[in-house]
Design a protein around this ligand. Structure first.
Ligand code: NAD
Ligand code: IPM
Ligand code: MN
Length: 343
């Protein structure tokens, strides 16, 4: 039986709760589909940082890079670490140092009752968020009263995320890619415009359109069903992915994968550590389960991924929902209900 080495960083707040609930579901799905998971739990979190001053030690980084096929992460963020240093080193550190340049964030309406919009038309698009550049590199300086943040956009970085979006669109029978920037206000975004035109020319069967990010935010609310693939920079991708989540039920359902084709990926729900919910047993574990589905897909187990997605959909349809979705089920009830519905 094929087994996969998976590192688990449960992290802070609701991270350990959603990961703790999702893992038995993922293990059951794996077993049903003929593979196994060798899980290695790592302690890196705010607690660990406050206790040891250690964020992500170099030895652990090398172990994750060299010995693991995937990393499953809950969430990082804790009010006791207001500067978020540990999350910068662990979460952003892994994205940057593993060069996981694709942040893949699907937005799918899994049940018509989940959208706050009046329309119940299908919503199904993916965001390709550039994951290794932009303002996230933290370049800049504080110079007296000037707080300067630099946004880095390289031709190589912009080109590879745009290409990834077109390649995914082609492989998944999509007909349109939408690139979003703010080139009307940010001169550096010229690189997005130029690169998009050049890459799009190599994919003549895929429509290529552009939206400024402000207009896109509006259009996503008014007409989300017309979007298929959105490609954008690190910051706009972060913001649009929460907006997208809001269109289809919220952060309790939003999954994401940090990828570099051919390498091990980092898989995490889009949501954070939700400190007010932590320890109450009410966090929605569906985002973590759906994140596991993205991980299984990447590990070559598409059937197990589809099974997880179907089981989540049926659980939603059956009304087994945590309070974020208007229900009264607890984290563990939802996970059990999903597990029972696996084929
Ligand atoms: P958040 O995602 O933690 O919470 C935003 C809202 O969504 C809150 O109302 C919360 O209750 C709700 N929510 C989130 N996940 C939920 C779930 N699984 N079930 C039910 N409701 C859920 O965002 P925030 O409040 O802006 O950030 C809290 C902390 O998390 C901060 O420290 C932030 O930096 C961090 N954060 C980490 C990650 C990550 O590790 N990937 C992502 C986002 C935010
Ligand atoms: C996300 C989060 C992170 C980000 C934070 C915690 C740094 O919001 O994964 O969406 O901005 O990338
Ligand atoms: Mn975010």
């Amino acid at each position: 039986m094929k087994r996969h080495r998976i590192a688990v960083i449960a992290g802070d707040g609701i991270g350990p709760e959603v990961i703790g609930a999702a893992l038995p579901v993922l293990e059951r799905a794996a077993a049903r589909h003929g593979f196994g998971l060798d899980l290695e739990r790592l302690p890196y979190s705010a607690d660990h940082y406050l206790r040891t001053k250690e964020t992500l030690p170099d030895g652990a980084f090398r172990h994750l890079r060299d010995d693991m096929e995937a990393i499953l992460l809950g969430a990082l963020g804790d009010p006791r670490v207001p500067g978020n240093e540990h999350a910068r080193d662990i979460l952003l550190g892994l994205r940057f140092r593993l060069d996981l340049y694709i942040n893949f964030r699907p937005i799918t309406l899994l049940h018509p009752t989940l959208t706050p919009l009046r329309s119940d038309r299908p919503i199904d698009f993916v965001i390709f968020r550039e994951n290794t550049e932009g303002v996230y590199l933290g370049k800049g300086r504080i110079d007296g009263e000037r707080y300067v943040a630099e946004e880095i956009n390289t031709v190589r970085g912009v080109e590879r995320i745009i290409r990834a979006a077109f390649e995914w669109a082609t492989a998944h029978g999509k007909t349109r890619v939408t690139m979003s920037d703010k080139a009307n206000a940010v001169p550096a975004h010229k690189v997005w415009q130029e690169t998009f035109k050049r890459v799009a020319a190599a994919f003549p069967s895929i429509g290529a359109e552009h939206r400024y990010v402000d207009a896109l935010a509006m259009e996503l609310v008014r007409e989300p069903e017309r979007f298929q693939v959105i490609v954008t920079n690190n910051l706009y991708g972060d913001i649009l992915s929460d907006l997208g989540a809001g269109l289809v039920g919220g952060l309790g359902l939003a999954a994401s994968a940090n990828l570099h084709p051919g390498r091990g990926g980092l898989f995490e729900p889009v949501h954070g550590s939700a400190p007010p919910l932590a320890g109450k047993g009410v966090a929605n574990p569906m985002a973590a389960v759906l994140t596991g589905a993205l991980m299984f897909e990447q590990l070559g187990h598409a059937a197990a991924a589809r099974d997880l997605e179907r089981a989540v959909k049926e659980t939603l349809a059956a009304g087994v929902r945590t309070p974020d979705l208007g229900g009264d089920a607890r984290t563990g009830d939802v996970a059990d209900a999903i597990a029972r519905r696996l084929s």
